[in-house]
Design a protein around this ligand. Sequence first.
Ligand SMILES: Nc1ncnc2c1ncn2[C@@H]1O[C@H](COP(=O)(O)OP(=O)(O)O)[C@@H](O)[C@H]1O
Ligand SMILES: N[C@@H](CCC(=O)OP(=O)(O)O)C(=O)O
Length: 371
Amino acid sequence: MQSCIATAQRVVVKVGSSLVTNDGRGLDLKALSRWAAEIAALAQQGKQVVLVSSGAIAEGVARLGWPKRPSAVHELQAAAAVGQMGLVEAYERCFKAHNLKTAQILLTHEDLADRTRYLNARTTLLTLLGLGVIPIINENDTVATAEIKVGDNDTLGALVTNLIDADALVILTDQRGLYDSDPRKNPAAKFISEYQAGQPELEAMAGGAGSSVGTGGMYTKIIAAKRAARSGASTVIASGREEAVLTRLAKGEAIGTQLTAGTTRIAARKQWLADHLQVRGTLSLDAGAVLALGDKRSLLPIGVAAVEGEFLRGEMVRCLGPDGREVARGLVNYDAADARRIVRLPTGQIEAVLGFVDEPELIHRDNLVLL
Ligand SMILES: Nc1ncnc2c1ncn2[C@@H]1O[C@H](COP(=O)(O)OP(=O)(O)O)[C@@H](O)[C@H]1O
Ligand SMILES: N[C@@H](CCC(=O)OP(=O)(O)O)C(=O)O
């Protein structure tokens, strides 16, 4: 089997608290600089990498000199605020050694549940990747209370994978990968090198966290792989202590456990588009725009003659041809009022009319399903 990372263009790498903080003893700077060097090598090969790093709470607890992780929420939140400083400062230094800039992104569940905030987070992340910056993401633990928490960074890694349409998710942890039962409890546990993501029997194999430092254990990693597979991304669970783990995966070496997605990224997205959203408005296209969509191109404002309905940026609209037949559906990049002002105009005039440009196209081809 060849690792899916070999062909992946956009990869989310998640590193767990026990790895990042040396099992809670304090930041493992050697490990951080090793991953930075490997991610720099991936970037050199033209891959785009987003890092989701845990460890803020564990590092905060260590910095505050507390003997163990507290249970009171406000103390955990305070520890996260202290530890996050250390995390980003260390990552910035490690990536700087490879001439790479870093950016801190702290997300909450609400940022991903609210359509406008979701799109803003997506656009910002894609802009950073386009600029060659390495985004470093964590949950915004200081403001997220239990009810609005994503809760663990395996899930956050999967949500980010869906958010930016990544091709693959790599979850680095303190085990070689997935075994058919927790190897800390069962020394005879058998290693699983490949499986299809989302199969229910995987959930029975996975147990909880292995240390007091980690949060979700293997179970949240299996569920994360299932979520990532929904947008067509495969997941690799591997040891972050394995020599050159990321560069070897990128060469195609089968390390760790690969949980393979059943569909491709674009097919999964189009399926999701076709199945899930309510249609909020209608765009009437001219004949040229209908031909462009048929050629798998994006829909530009210039090809739209009229806009009907009230919709927000990111909502689903239907596209009609000049004969009134529905030719496509897609997620629109501008709300109805702004769309009305830019239709029939060349892309270059969007900024002059609106005062800003969110995206050059009205609907991006990845967000269009042809009917
Ligand atoms: N089936 C399994 N295979 C491998 N590890 C398992 C399994 N079930 C539970 N675990 C435990 O999950 C732990 C990794 O999860 P966790 O402690 O949350 O780490 P991280 O901080 O990397 O997210 C391992 O140390 C291991 O003890
Ligand atoms: N956001 C938390 C991490 C939560 C978490 O999921 O930790 P882990 O199971 O080690 O990936 C922190 O930075 O401490």
